[in-house]
Design a protein around this ligand. Structure first.
Ligand SMILES: Nc1ncnc2c1ncn2[C@@H]1O[C@H](COP(=O)(O)OP(=O)(O)O)[C@@H](O)[C@H]1O
Ligand SMILES: [Mg+2]
Length: 369
């Protein structure tokens, strides 16, 4: 009775030998969503994908697709297709034969097979190379062939494990866009694994951030970028400035943190009931929201929170300027600014500066450095 295309409930994987690769993984995916999984190497992304595909036994918890329990159903009876980084194209078969293969093993009748293969060849613009073999294909064509093979069986869910990893940067960018458009036009759920945060954020409707087998946060990209829920996410995603301290008070949707630079405040990322005064906490501010002024210069009233330091380096790159500011002996920050905010405002190497931001742009996360 579930409306969800995919539902993971407390999914767990322990490999023989005892490695706990995935723990308590909860996720609900709407039909047609594009979900990115991101996290450092070894955090359990591939293992989770393989459990969804039925390529890996599930050690605990359950997995539902369109409301039906698939936890123990073998891979060939799941409505999923998987695309791996190396594409696993059969080199001795033509493009057409590679695409047909999934229907041949399912014993689909010849006329229907032809109709479906023709349609997908057209959709993915592989007509010109339908008779070619892998060796004659460009990187982009191989990528499209891998997609065609994944989609020909009309899966409910397409699983992609770092599918763009083998491509160079320019091709990668254009294929990201193609992939996103294709997914929209098909309205099929995509689960897309990557270790690159920028790719996860640009592709995903929602992003699942993983760390050592656990889900750290599931959020839409902008939310993830501006409102991290843990020190790990604040460090892994975006460009955040972070100052640690201890939680002071929480009320009316504001939390204050006692830091060695004074009391600073922000929007708490946690439920009020989680908070304990005196717990380790961090103020997290996306670098984009931090403004730099000469020490003591007046600034808009909205930029209420402030720390002071010394500009130790100013690197100019055209109109963009990178300013390194030492706040104390253990904390230096690097900020991007514009020439017009720096030149003629008394900010030079060695000068004292104030960094200011709006407290409502800051997030307070629990945990230490
Ligand atoms: N077949 C396996 N047997 C034992 N341990 C494995 C196996 N595959 C992966 N692992 C371990 O499980 C953890 C998660 O791996 P993986 O899912 O491949 O991470 P990711 O895809 O995020 O890099 C790692 O510690 C890895 O060493
Ligand atoms: Mg992997």
């Amino acid at each position: 009775m579930s409306q969800h295309d995919l539902e993971l409930k407390k999914l767990r994987k322990v490999y023989p030998g005892g490695t706990v690769a995935v723990e308590a993984f909860d996720l609900q995916v709407e039909r047609g969503e594009f979900i990115s999984f991101v996290g450092p190497s070894g955090c359990g992304k591939t293992t989770t994908l393989r459990m969804i595909a039925g390529l890996e036994d599930i050690s605990g918890g359950s997995l539902l697709i369109r409301g039906k329990d698939f936890t123990k159903v073998p891979t060939e009876r799941r409505p999923t297709s998987t695309i791996f980084q190396n594409y696993a194209i059969f080199p001795h078969m033509t493009v057409r034969e590679n695409i047909e293969f999934g229907l041949t093993v399912r014993k689909v009748a010849a006329d229907e097979k032809k109709r479906r293969v023709d349609a997908i060849i057209e959709k993915l613009q592989l007509g010109d190379v339908a008779g070619a073999k892998e060796g004659a294909l460009s990187g982009g064509q191989k990528q499209r062939l891998a997609l065609a093979r994944g989609l020909i069986t009309e899966p409910d869910i397409l699983l992609l494990d770092e599918p763009l990893g083998a491509l160079d940067a320019n091709l990668r960018k254009s294929i990201q866009e193609e992939l996103k458009l294709l997914q929209r036009s098909l309205n099929i759920t995509f689960i897309f694994v990557t270790h690159a945060q920028s790719e996860a954020l640009s592709m995903g409707d929602r992003v699942v951030v993983m760390n050592t087998g656990r889900v750290e946060q599931i959020s839409a990209p902008f939310e993830l970028y501006t409102r991290p829920k843990s020190p790990f996410v604040a460090r892994f995603i975006g460009r955040n400035q972070m100052i640690d301290g201890t939680l002071d008070e929480v009320h009316d949707g504001r939390a204050s943190v006692a830091t060695r630079f004074g009391v600073l405040s922000g929007v708490p990322s946690f439920e009020r009931t989680d908070s304990a005064s005196g717990a380790n906490a961090m103020i997290v501010v996306p670098s984009e929201y931090v403004e730099i002024f000469a020490a003591g210069a007046s600034a808009s009233d909205e930029l209420r929170d402030r720390v002071s330091g010394v500009a130790t380096a100013i690197d100019k790159a055209g109109q963009v300027v990178y300013v390194t500011v030492e706040l104390d002996s253990t904390l230096s920050v690097r900020l991007e600014s514009h020439m017009e905010n720096i030149a003629g405002r008394g900010i030079e190497p060695g000068s004292s500066v104030d960094l200011r931001w709006r407290p409502e742009r800051a997030t307070v996360v629990l945990g230490g450095s």
